[in-house]
Design a protein around this ligand. Sequence first.
Ligand code: AMP
Ligand code: MN
Ligand code: MN
Length: 324
Amino acid sequence: MIMNNDAVLDEVRRVLLENDDFVITAHVNPDSDAVGSCLAMGLSLKKLGTRVNVVLDKFHDKNSIIPGQELIWRDEAAAPAVSVFMALDCATPERVFDPFGLMKLAPVTVCIDHHISHDPFAGHVYLDSCASSTCELIYRLVSPMIELDSDIGSALYAGLLTDTGGFRHSCAGPETMRIASELIKLNIPFTDIYNELLERHSLAETHVMRAALKNLDLPRNGRAAFSFISSEEMADIGAEATDTDGISEYLLNIRGVEVSAFLYERFKGEVKASMRSLTANVSEMAKAFGGGGHKHAAGCTIRAPLTEAYAEMSRAVLSAIETA
Ligand code: AMP
Ligand code: MN
Ligand code: MN
């Protein structure tokens, strides 16, 4: 059943109350909404007295400020027991981080998501593409079931804060602000969460930004901003994938820019693209490359040499600008 209505929420609540051995995961390369929603869900299930493990792909160090890290499964050789498999913040089954292949084994599967490009793939699907974040949906789900505490509040706040770009984006409506206010009442360290997740950057990130700005191109009189970083540049800096976070946003923030695209060469023949826009639908653009996301923030993987991927992506973005 796929609906963002109360009946589906109740159905998912019954799943939470009637089962044990939950495995919770999110999309590969998880952002703070993915980590926050999984850990908030895990901590909530703990409060309900359930066995729960959170299986997460490698994430940026800054997310270690999110409480509930003790729930993360650390054994790479053996899989946790599973009765219910929950995939959070995942638009498609290909995006689900599932190193043990548990989604197929689990008797019950649940998906909770807010991506406009969502392609339903679980037994129980709670989807609301108007929600600010998956954390907002987890709040809706668990707040009538348990007493929220500061740890769960901090984890939820992490997703609300970051997926709205610091409560700026259009997806941050009155309901998002009301929930944030409820979470702040739990005495969460909201200043530290903001600084750690949105402001502070490492030296490696600073060097990646320098390389990205060196490779900056501003075609169409600066209506588009493109940049890239090659695998050689990444190796020279000693940077990791997560050190490229935030560059596409930075490029979009250049005055006059309407769409930005940042390409990072994972290795020869595989390029990750991040697109951001003020108006154009970059989710559609990313879908054309087999990716997806939201109207104003999307991503995809292009299997081609960097120069070719760059040419294809800039062609797609520029033609979207022409027709906008
Ligand atoms: P990113 O550019 O990686 O920060 O991603 C921006 C948005 O697009 C996020 O909501 C991602 O979940 C989504 N996204 C990124 N890459 C993909 C992909 N390959 N397929 C579907 N959605 C994606
Ligand atoms: Mn996400
Ligand atoms: Mn999200």
